[in-house]
Write a protein that binds this ligand. Structure first.
Ligand code: BG6
Length: 476
């Protein structure tokens, strides 16, 4: 049974930013509308602008919540008026943090707050360390209640910078106060990977090298980089997606059965997977970048033509890697991680291909040989899963073809909660199960930092395709 969430004051650094307005604030409203937000919870948006007032910020928040699909204007307005506030942080000087501290203390006093504080750093990655330091130096990390800090991704730029960021955080916060977000862990379908594997006994005996031929993890996006060139140019597909989201999907698919569904046990098993992965060889990596093309019938420009991108940029917008998990369960089974922007379809899935029957007794109508069973866990969209079976096709001939059995979340349950709703509620509850530990982050960077140093050629692919053809060489 989950802990009851405590009321708190949630301060969002980057309160005026895109992430806050697209995801965080609508998720908080949703949480409240579903009666899950503890009463007395206050939200304080922090942004650079020192001229913005509580009132102005509330109107922005109302708009964002409406844009996210919520319709009850009166309720949204009431919700904002009662609990949403704003503080400008300017350049983030000592004096600015002093003003922020006074605002927080005044709000806590006026609203008879518990002293429980969450600081959500929804800001550019290079600001995580300095902001944590300012929080510590201004004494905001010490209060009469608990204090927790939420850090967005990417956590570090490589192994060394991740170590350095942990060091800064540890000066002012302990590991149990640090919530490293990977929003994929908040997705229902990602958590369902564990429910699927460990809540059903029929798969466990098949989930190994004896029965599985290969595992493919794909996160394909139709979107380009939107207006995030500044961030993306420094990041690229390896740091933006592979090191975190796809690696989380990989560890959840490959991990051993944890002792319990709790942070310590889950994290322990995930780290074991990361430590079992062989160093990634240069020949097993394909990197690409989109050029002009067509997505969904619309012409789109190439990456190098996007605003604020260098015309000779070598930043990869596509990455495909082959990994080998060298442990008893997975030895010899290739895991493929593939992600890209401006691909043909928006689709994230884990595809598990089982081994073919050893002897081909049946023919297929199309004259194909034996086909394997395939399990597709659809992370998004059309959340659910499907599994293929060889079925005898009606008729006098003994011919088989694969047919699919489906499960669809939307058919079974209707809409499912947003990842940020689940994750922020967990922070309020003090439950770190769906957050990334320091050790996981470091093990993951140990794996990918050498890949960042490889001298890969960047292969171009037209927007709206499935990426560079060369990727077929590593996953024939
Ligand atoms: C973010 C990346 O973490 O995840 C984005 O920075 C990416 O580049 C996004 O588009 C994908 O998330 P989702 O939930 O839309 O799959």
């Amino acid at each position: 049974m989950a802990n009851k969430p405590d009321p708190c004051l949630l301060t969002i650094f980057g309160g005026t930013g895109d992430l806050s307005h697209r995801k965080i604030l609508p998720a908080l409203y949703e949480m409240s509308a579903m009666g899950q937000m503890p009463s007395g919870t206050l939200i304080l948006g922090v942004g650079r602008n020192e001229n913005k007032t509580d009132e102005m910020f509330r109107r922005d928040v109302e708009e964002s919540i409406t844009r996210a699909g919520h319709q009850n204007q009166k309720d949204i307005q009431k919700w904002c008026n009662g609990r949403v506030f704003y503080q400008g942080i300017g350049k983030g000087t000592k004096a600015n943090f002093g003003t922020l501290k006074s605002k927080i203390e005044a709000l806590e006093k006026k609203h008879r707050g518990t002293g429980n504080r969450i600081f959500h750093l929804a800001i550019p990655p290079e600001s995580f360390g300095p902001t944590a330091k300012s929080l510590g130096e201004s004494g905001l990390n010490r209060s009469t209640g608990w204090t927790r800090v939420v850090i967005e991704k990417p956590f570090g730029h490589d192994y060394k910078t991740a170590v350095a960021l942990n060091d800064v955080l540890y000066q002012y916060f302990s590991e149990d106060q640090i919530y490293r977000i990977d929003h994929y862990l908040g997705k229902e379908t990602v958590q369902n990977v564990l429910a699927f594997r460990f809540g059903n006994s029929i798969f466990e005996s098949l989930w190994n090298r004896e029965k599985i031929e290969k595992v493919e993890i794909l996160v394909a996006e139709e979107l380009g980089i939107e207006s995030r060139a500044d961030y993306y140019e420094k990041s690229g597909a390896l740091r933006d997606m592979i090191q975190n989201h796809l690696t989380q999907l990989l560890t959840m698919t490959a991990m051993e059965i944890p002792l319990a569904f709790e942070a310590t046990d889950l994290r322990f098993e995930k780290v074991k997977v990361l430590r079992s992965i062989d160093p990634i060889e240069e020949k097993d990596v394909v990197l690409g970048q989109y050029t002009e093309g067509e997505v969904d019938g619309n012409g789109v420009r190439g990456y190098r033509q996007e605003a604020d991108v260098r015309r000779d940029s070598k930043t990869p917008t596509y990455a495909s890697l082959k990994l080998s998990i060298n442990n008893w369960r997975w030895h010899g089974v290739p895991f493929y991680l593939t992600t890209g922007k401006r691909l043909k379809e928006h689709k994230s899935e884990i595809v598990v291909t089982f081994r073919c029957p050893p002897v081909a007794l049946f023919k297929s109508k199309a004259g194909r040989g034996t086909q394997p069973n395939v399990l597709v866990i659809a992370i998004q969209p059309n959340e659910g899963f499907r599994i293929s079976f060889q079925i005898k096709q009606p008729g006098t001939e003994m011919a088989v073809e694969p047919e699919w059995m489906h499960f669809s979340y939307s058919e079974a349950f209707g809409p499912i909660p947003e990842a940020y709703h689940t994750l922020l509620l967990d922070v309020m509850r003090g439950d770190q199960t769906l957050f990334v530990s320091a050790e996981e982050t470091l093990e993951s960077w140990k794996l990918y930092t050498p890949v960042l140093k490889h001298r890969h050629e960047i292969l171009f692919y037209p927007a709206g395709s499935w990426g560079p053809k060369e990727a077929e060489k590593i996953n024939p």
